[in-house]
Design a protein around this ligand. Structure first.
Ligand code: NAD
Length: 474
């Protein structure tokens, strides 16, 4: 079996311990042993990044463009192969996995262009004979901490803008999905990027914590659970480090009586269950007005019965496995909680036979907006069904959680669609589209407890990865 090492200062570096990377469709298959960085490895990576950061911050836009364009082009050229790797390590079905790899490639291409457009402003001064300019400078050494559910797209949407803005980075991917990050590092190693400007340290939460707490790390960009995000926020606030957090969601899809039934069913099934419901933007609450409720419920159940759960790389599979045994146990626990708090399990919610962590998508009726199933993130293919009287009640229920990542509505009414877009407390709103599934060239992020700090992706990503300097010239 192969061993995969960390990438530090332009070299492959062995660590004292490794961890097998198991395929959730068949956990007896390992994709290899992946390095587990200890404090010494993390310190080595941070010092390499620090050493490289000044020179890279002085690189020309052309150098940055060439590096990022190379990385993007190679990812796109290898998207079938890398998609297969992603499907095997994370459990996303092959078309979704290939789609994610494509997204990562286009993100690098997009930020190659942004490197050329990074600029400031020239302003008239309020004082005579004075000129004012603003410029953007790199922040320095940026730690990138990523979750398992988008194992190549999230590292891409952090590393690409960070490098485009002239920062040196240390990437700490999830311990559950290091293979995609390793493959990205291998491509970066041949891209012409100076040694030390990109470092990969694979490992668990302790490696992440060590990275966050290293005094030479200037900023942390984190995506993951709210609990981890809060710990990172506490440390960064205390030490005045710049930080950005993308965390959980409890995203609602509101279905009104006047919705196109087919559109509503497809949006629900796609948003709640595709990618095994393991998307931060997944629709985990389906809020339905009373006139359409029965027809809609019947149609969703019929559609769910046609979904095949199985191995990620099999062509007939619609829903792949849950990522690991811990997440599977969490899904099953939530099904028990659902029953205990009076929810009616209308479909699915069971552990399925087979070699992998297979779980049938679950639809649970529970009209109490304060029920745990309507408040807490499950992070599995589970959605609740909440019956409401009308749009106004539906909107109030949609907004009644601490989260605010994504929210959707299915309606043919322009009036309600417009009102929903205005009043939904979320960073992303969808009309007649699933709550999950977004473009790569526009801002991504939430409000309330889902996100903290400047937006990721799109042109706004530079807000986090740069600091502004104001120049006065007399
Ligand atoms: P997690 O918080 O357990 O882990 C995320 C990353 O943080 C991993 O790399 C982990 O090793 C590291 N980590 C763990 N403890 C740490 C610590 N104390 N200090 C520093 N790093 C630490 O999350 P997860 O289970 O990998 O991912 C699932 C979560 O991610 C869900 O809550 C989901 O909603 C969220 N998510 C959010 C978005 C978004 O953009 N809002 C996108 C994808 C996933």
């Amino acid at each position: 079996m192969s061993d995969f090492q960390n990438f530090i200062q332009g070299e492959w570096v062995a660590s004292a311990s490794t961890r097998p990377n198991l395929n959730p469709s068949n956990p007896s298959e390992s994709l290899g042993n992946y390095a587990q960085a200890d404090a010494k490895d993390v310190a080595h990576a941070v010092s390499a990044a620090k050493e490289a950061s000044h020179a890279w911050s002085r690189s020309t836009p052309q150098q940055r463009f060439d590096v990022l364009d190379f990385i993007g082009a190679e990812i796109l050229a290898r998207k079938q192969e890398l998609g297969m790797l992603l499907a095997r390590e994370e459990g996303k079905i092959l078309p979704e996995a290939i789609g994610e790899v494509g997204r990562a490639g286009y993100i690098f291409k997009f930020f190659a262009g942004e490197a050329l457009r990074l600029g400031g402003q020239a302003l008239a001064s309020v004082r005579p004979n004075m000129e004012v300019l603003t410029t953007r400078e790199a922040v320095g050494v940026v730690g990138l901490i990523t979750p398992w559910n988008f194992p190549i797209a999230i590292p891409a949407w952090k590393a690409a803008p960070a490098l485009a803005c002239g920062n040196a980075v240390v990437l700490k991917p999830s311990e559950l999905t290091p293979a995609c990050a390793w493959a990205l590092a291998e491509i970066v190693s041949r891209s012409g990027l100076p040694k030390g400007a990109f470092n990969l340290v694979m490992g668990d939460g302790l490696a992440g914590k060590t990275l966050v707490e290293h005094p030479d790390v200037d900023a942390i960009s984190f995506t993951g659970s709210s609990n981890t995000g809060k710990l990172i926020a506490q440390h960064c606030a205390l030490h005045l480090k710049k930080f950005q957090l993308e965390m959980g969601g409890k995203n609602p899809l509101l279905i009104l009586d006047d919705a196109d039934l087919n559109v509503a069913v497809e949006c629900t099934v796609n948003g709640a269950f595709f990618s095994t419901g393991q998307r931060c933007t997944a629709s985990s609450r389906t809020i339905v007005t009373e006139q359409i409720y029965d027809r809609f419920t019947e149609a969703v159940i019929a559609r769910m019965q046609g979904l095949k759960v199985g191995a990620a790389i099999e062509a007939s599979t619609h829903i792949g496995p849950v990522v690991n045994d811990t997440q599977l146990a969490k899904n099953l626990d939530y099904l028990k909680i659902a029953k205990d708090e009076g929810g009616n399990i209308l479909c699915g919610g069971e552990r399925l036979d087979g070699s992998g962590y297979f779980f049938s998508p679950a639809l649970i009726a529970n009209n109490n907006p304060q029920a745990r199933l309507n408040q807490e993130e499950v992070f599995g293919p589970v959605t609740t069904l909440v019956k409401v009287k009308n749009f106004e009640e539906g909107l109030a229920v949609a907004n009644a959680t601490p989260y605010g990542l994504s929210g959707g509505i299915c309606t043919t009414s322009l009036k309600y669609a417009t009102q929903f877009r205005r009043e939904m407390q979320a960073g992303m709103v969808m009309v007649n589209a699933p709550t999950a599934g977004v473009d790569y060239h526009v801002p991504f992020g939430g409000s309330k407890a889902s996100s903290f700090g400047p937006r990721e992706q799109g042109p706004m990503a530079v807000e986090f990865y740069t600091k502004v300097k104001t120049h006065y010239l007399a």
